[in-house]
Design a protein around this ligand. Structure first.
Ligand code: ATP
Length: 199
């Protein structure tokens, strides 16, 4: 599994549709200061569902949409598609490529797609759980992240190892089941109250 292609349109400095193809192996992106190199890694975190504009180096979510430049008007939406090779079948889908898309309008509303089929952000999160690729996954190491990891609390460091060990999915399902159990217990208490009122 590897990142094959990024299609960026209207995201930050990428006004026109830009397709970046990656071969397997190492790819370096070079360019002058402010030319948009970091915007590429921001686009990857964003398409994976990043909700924190601070970690995308902006002030408000709208800041990820192209805001205009000399001779170019601002755009109404940003769209990023990340295409991963799935020939090894790591993702439980029947296709050899996995394409994840996020589109966001100035209203703040985001749409998500998996292989062009509309989906929820939650579906994307579940798909990437335990792969190390999620927005907080260890495969995206931004500037200063190594320092963060080394200086963070041991519980925070533990999350990285849990993802690498592949147990995040099970932990998250367990938490969801515990929440459902609690809701059911609350409902039972309410039903008992109603029954005792009626008796
Ligand atoms: P450095 O080498 O200094 O780290 P870089 O190549 O990583 O720079 P980025 O930080 O990716 O550059 O890009 C910064 C550029 O993106 C700036 O020129 C900024 O004006 C532009 N930019 C950021 N957000 C938007 C936006 N919403 N609309 C238009 N341009 C934007």
């Amino acid at each position: 599994m590897y990142l094959k292609r990024l299609e960026i349109q209207g995201f930050k400095s990428f006004a026109d549709k830009t397709v970046i193809k990656f071969e397997s192996g190492i790819t370096g992106v070079v360019g002058p200061n402010g030319s948009g190199k970091s915007n590429i890694s921001d686009s990857i975190r964003w398409v994976l569902g990043e909700q924190s504009i601070k970690s995308l180096r902006g002030n408000k979510m709208e800041d990820v949409i192209f805001s205009g430049a000399s001779g170019r008007n601002a755009l109404g939406f940003a769209e990023v598609t990340m295409v991963l090779d799935n020939s090894g079948g790591i993702f439980p889908i029947e296709y050899e490529e996995l394409a994840v898309t996020r589109r966001m309008f100035r209203s703040g509303e985001s749409e998500y797609y998996i292989n062009r089929n509309s989906c929820r952000l939650r579906d994307i999160r579940e798909l990437f759980m335990d792969t190390g690729i999620g927005k907080d996954g260890y495969s995206i190491i931004g500037q200063g992240r190594i320092d963060d990891i080394l200086s963070s609390k041991s519980e925070d460091r533990r999350k990285i190892f849990e993802e690498a060990a592949g147990i995040v999915k099970y932990k998250s399902r367990k938490e969801e089941s515990e929440r459902k159990l609690q809701r059911t217990r609350d409902n039972l208490v309410r039903i008992d109250d109603i029954i005792s009122e009626l008796e």
